[in-house]
Design a protein around this ligand. Structure first.
Ligand code: SF4
Ligand code: SF4
Length: 479
């Protein structure tokens, strides 16, 4: 084996060992969290989960919902898949000079060479567009990210090193699949042929660029676990463990369980493993922030920032977590995640619908609120009135519960109690809700719905004065 092969093995193993070490730290952080995972085990319906990964990761369906940025990302992603085969081939070459994937057959190998050539240019164009977007267009949701600039530069250099390696190789071996890598052939003909290099010199320069490519790939590997590009590793698992049918209400708590001493998320380790995986999966694309009504009306909340800030809180507490000293872990609420941010959320979940990697922002906000309210009695003064009204008047407003059925005056709608007493049957209970019962505008909706039901011949009843607030608004406020 040539001496250079040993050097390559040492560099390769070193980079992979460092990568494995960084990933093991991330795994420790994920497994250190102990909150309950909401909405099932997340390992049910395996075929559906595999399908969603195929559609949304391999197929980039969610990413492509946003046109230009989606095409850019998909090109880079698919390009990397194709080009990784060439990277593996190059690695193999260092161990066994002359190694190629030609054993897959001339037709397949020619197609692979062509795809690699085309996708290298595609990725390069996508990187240029990404720079244009970040530096010239500067959409607000993207924000400024040095990390992104480093990654884009690295990606661009990776593609350029490949083109250089191939073009010089085509000088050394002019007939080597030259009909199948027309972009590299164009580069050779335009820029290298005038230099009139000997085949040996060109071959050596090609090897230098192959080594540059190795170093860039392995450097990228080491950089991934601590960069925003971590989503390369985590977006797939996060998509696999997503809510398959969308979120179903809030996480349940058992207030009667006397063994439970804390509710909600007070410390970062109160999150669940899925919550922590969410933090590592964020691509910082800003789609959630663009969709957020709180952010768009100048509230201090950004769902993108919440995820990034919770990750910062996690990293800040990393020494205590790694040392197994839970008593030294600080509260989630602090300099990064502040009270006013947590209380600005309208709980609409628009952020979750927009997120291409299925991050669940809202449940984290609910759980932090729950801890503030149930453990610290800490919430905006305005909420005190709402909490009291729900407890005393059974609606968020200071309305008498005796007036709950006033909207139905003169409509002769029977209550469920009357139906039961008379032995009659109805098909439906019309649950009116607090707004439909007390809010002047919504009372008109309730009355109109009664007309529709009657016209449709549907038998229904209401609860009348027996109806009470479901408690949903105060649960969303953490109570
Ligand atoms: S759920 Fe909250 S954070 Fe998400 S979009 Fe709505 S207001 Fe914004
Ligand atoms: S949470 Fe999702 S939508 Fe928001 S920035 Fe991260 S990846 Fe993008």
């Amino acid at each position: 084996m040539p001496a250079l092969s040993f050097l390559f093995i040492a560099v390769f193993l070193g980079a992979n060992a460092y990568f494995a070490y960084r990933v093991s730290i991330l795994m420790r952080l994920i497994t250190a969290t102990h909150g309950p995972v909401w909405s099932g085990t997340r390992i049910d319906r395996i075929p559906d989960r595999i399908m969603t990964v195929l559609m949304n990761v391999l197929g980039q369906r969610a990413v492509l919902k946003k046109k230009n940025a989606g095409i850019m990302h998909a090109t880079i992603f698919w390009g990397f898949l194709i080009i990784t085969l060439e990277t593996m081939e190059n690695f193999g070459y260092e161990l066994h000079p002359g190694f190629t994937f030609e054993f897959i057959g001339p037709t397949l190998f020619s197609a692979l060479v062509t795809l690699q050539d085309v996708f290298t240019l595609g990725v390069l164009c996508a990187v240029c567009y990404a720079f244009y977007r970040r530096l010239i267009l500067r959409p607000e949701g993207l924000g400024k990210s040095k990390d992104a600039i480093i990654i884009l530069s690295l990606t661009g250099c990776l593609m350029l090193s490949l083109f250089m390696m191939r073009a010089f190789r085509l000088v050394a071996h002019p007939d080597w699949y030259d009909h199948y890598q027309f972009i590299s052939v164009f580069l050779r003909n335009t820029f290298l042929e005038p230099l009139a290099l000997s085949p040996e010199t060109a071959g050596n320069i090609s090897s230098v660029f192959r080594w540059i490519h190795h170093f860039l790939v392995l450097g990228f590997l080491c950089y991934i676990p601590s960069s925003k590009h971590l989503h390369v590793l985590t977006a797939g698992p996060n998509t696999f463990f997503r809510h398959l049918d969308g979120p179903k209400g809030m996480r349940k708590v058992n207030l009667e369980d006397e063994t439970v001493t804390s509710f909600g998320v007070g410390k970062i380790t109160d999150l669940s493993w899925k919550d922590t995986l969410d933090l590592f999966a964020c691509t910082e694309c800003g789609r959630c922030q663009d969709a957020c009504p709180a952010h768009n009306t100048q509230k201090p909340l950004s769902p993108k920032a919440i995820i990034a800030d919770l990750k910062d809180v996690l990293y800040h507490n990393k020494p205590a977590i790694m040392a197994g000293k839970p008593e030294e872990i600080g509260p989630v609420i602090g300099a990064k995640v502040t009270d006013d941010v947590i209380w600005a959320c309208t709980s609409c979940r628009a952020c979750e619908a927009a997120c291409p990697v299925f991050i669940e922002q809202t449940d984290k906000i609910y759980e932090i609120r729950r801890n503030l309210v149930l453990m610290e009695s800490r919430f905006p003064a305005e909420l005190q009135i709402v909490f009291k009204n729900v407890e005393n008047n059974f609606s968020p407003w200071a309305m008498s519960p005796d007036d709950r059925d006033k909207w139905a005056d003169n409509l002769q709608i029977k209550t469920m109690a009357e139906i039961v007493a008379s032995g009659e049957q109805v098909e439906y209970l019309f649950w009116v809700g607090c707004a439909g019962s007390f809010d002047d505008r919504n009372k008109k909706v309730s009355r109109a719905l009664v007309s529709v039901l009657r016209k449709a011949g549907i038998k229904f009843a209401i609860l009348g004065k027996e109806e009470k607030c479901t408690g949903d608004p105060v649960r969303r406020m953490g109570n």
